[in-house]
Design a binder for this molecule. Sequence first.
Ligand code: GGG
Length: 357
Amino acid sequence: MSHRIAVIPGDGIGKEVMPEGVRALEAAAHRFGIELELVNFDFASCDYYQAHGKMLPDDWFEQLKDFDAIFYGAVGWPETVPDHVSLWGSLLQFRRRFDQYVNLRPCKLLPGIKSPLADRKPGDIDFYVVRENTEGEYSSVGGKMFEGTDREVVIQETVMTRHGTDRVLKYAFDLAQSRPRKKLTSATKSNGIAITMPWWDERVKAMSANYSDVAVDQFHIDILTANFVMHPDWFDVVVASNLFGDILSDLGPACTGTIGVAPSANINPEGKFPSLFEPVHGSAPDIAGKGIANPIGQIWSGAMMLEHLGHPKAAQAIVDAFEAVLSEGDSSTLTPDVRGQGSTEGLGRAIAERIKG
Ligand code: GGG
């Protein structure tokens, strides 16, 4: 079986972890007889912006729409392009135009990694954050008045639609129903944000009528973040708006020891457009260029991509490989975020060797 994949490293450590993501993909593809055509693109990066004055070429949609998936690194280089310009000019365009309305972010304590939370071991933290990915607080509806005067006004609206909310809730409920614990937690802030958030709660209640076997609970976002730290074992599938989901899916992996291993899938569940797979972490300018970024977030995102493309065995072989390398705990191989002294490339190569079997 053959798949065409668009490979977009982006910025900062995206350019360093992507070769390791590709190395792992190629190792799995070779072992399982999967044909991958990987096509590289330099756009959706701040280097491209500097050369062309924009993050994407005008025909980016045409260039990407027929790929089976997009493998992305990270976006952002605030030294040259303001963060809101680079993000809105690239990743958010992909998510919206390709209707990738589910952002699925697993949060799992892996063997060999020490959680900063006391006494947590693998199995104690194993949940998904399902983030609404095309609307909500990430809206372009708003504006400024009286700019530069002492009467300056800025407004940015949260946009929630029944269509957009119900479809991501349905995905989250289906996911919860497919898991042994069958538990769904919804994150809102319905006491303070008193229009959109109580409405989201109502949509959760309405959707839950179709899932009598799924236990549902709901938290305000402030106490939910506290409970992520105090009781991460409570959670199975957590569904949230775009902003709350973004925050929770950084906090969750932080509770598992490092955000460097966290993967994500921006999914168009209907398969009308390509889905996009990227690590949760950003471009990390503080460590970019040092060759020490953890490549597992990129590699695991590649595993999610293979699973999405119908290759669960190849995906599992990748996960097994990085879990084995982490379990061995060889500090000369592991990157500094997981208490090693190794390099991005060294860890990537060790994982690829394992995948080959
Ligand atoms: N690989 C993910 C990435 O580059 N993230 C940068 C970022 O700030 N993303 C915001 C978002 O996911 O909405």
